[in-house]
Design a protein around this ligand. Structure first.
Ligand code: KIV
Length: 272
């Protein structure tokens, strides 16, 4: 299988913008720890997102709401230590940027200084534009996130597809344009109709990276634990499983436990 952009030594926000211009699709995955981030980076992924989905897959919370800035910084720094090539983006968690620009600035600066990440991601449309503008003016690259924004799940009350009616679709177009004008270098769009994502991608000059938003986006993002089949309880149709690691891991652990109990582990060559 071809590895994308093996020749580029370090992916930057500039590279990501250029990839849209040259019509090369952007591959993005989440990671939350050193070991997996190292593997994903070696595989040639373009962007590693230290997503606040860590709240679900790392900490076992039902939503992304509870994760804290300190916890995101811990995950972000672990990932940055592993990565040599990919662009690393860290999510600003719920409650650390929505109330005012000063808070957003403090949170984003902490992420940039304490993790060594290359950019932050935050959720929200038009109403976040002035905050994004301030962060960008301060030299902090920002990735937007619109559509189904999981930090607002209690407001939505459902994980159903967003913007399937005209009013919401029109608002989403305004959101994408406002985020571009505010200086975002890319936008994630989650769980919207594929035809609308196609329109959005064609209307903005920065990359639109989709999750559950169809094939016409400039790139795709998935949660690593979903696509590797580690986490199998969450099965929306937009997830493609590229491995079934859950059964591999359970099988290996069962074999290890059986070997310990039958005293076949350790054997002579495994002793000092
Ligand atoms: O936190 C996350 O994993 C995300 C992706 C779903 C885009 O924001």
């Amino acid at each position: 299988m071809a590895t994308p952009h093996k020749s580029i030594s370090r992916i930057t926000t500039y590279t990501i913008r250029q990839m849209k211009k040259s019509e090369q699709k952007i591959a993005m995955l989440t990671a939350y720890d050193f070991s997996f981030a190292q593997l994903i980076d070696q595989a040639g992924i373009d962007i590693i997102l230290v997503g606040d989905s860590a709240s679900n897959v790392m900490a076992g919370h039902e939503t992304t709401v509870p994760i804290t800035l300190d916890q995101m910084i811990y995950h972000g720094a672990s990932v940055v230590r592993a990565v040599k090539r990919a662009l690393v983006v860290v999510d600003l968690p719920f409650g650390t940027y929505q109330t005012n620009t000063e808070l957003a600035m403090q949170s984003a600066i902490r992420v940039m200084k304490e993790t060594g990440a290359h950019a932050v991601k935050l959720e929200g449309g038009e109403y976040m534009a002035s905050t994004i503008l301030s962060l960008v003016q301060a030299g902090i690259p920002v990735m937007g996130h619109i559509g189904l924004t999981p930090q607002s799940i209690y407001q939505f009350g459902t994980y159903k597809t967003r913007a399937s009616n005209e009013t919401e679709a029109e608002q989403l177009m305004k959101d994408a344009l406002a985020l571009e004008a505010a200086g975002c270098f890319a936008i994630v769009v989650e769980k919207i109709p594929s035809a609308l994502a196609q329109k959005l991608a064609a209307s903005i000059s920065i990359p639109l990276i989709g999750i559950g938003a169809g094939p016409y986006c400039d790139g795709q993002v998935l949660v690593m634990h979903d696509m590797l089949g580690i986490q199998t309880d969450f099965t929306p149709r937009f997830i493609r499983q590229y491995a079934q690691l859950q059964s591999v891991i359970i099988g290996a652990v069962q074999q290890y436990a059986a070997d310990v109990k039958s005293q076949s582990f350790p054997n002579q060559s495994e002793c000092y």
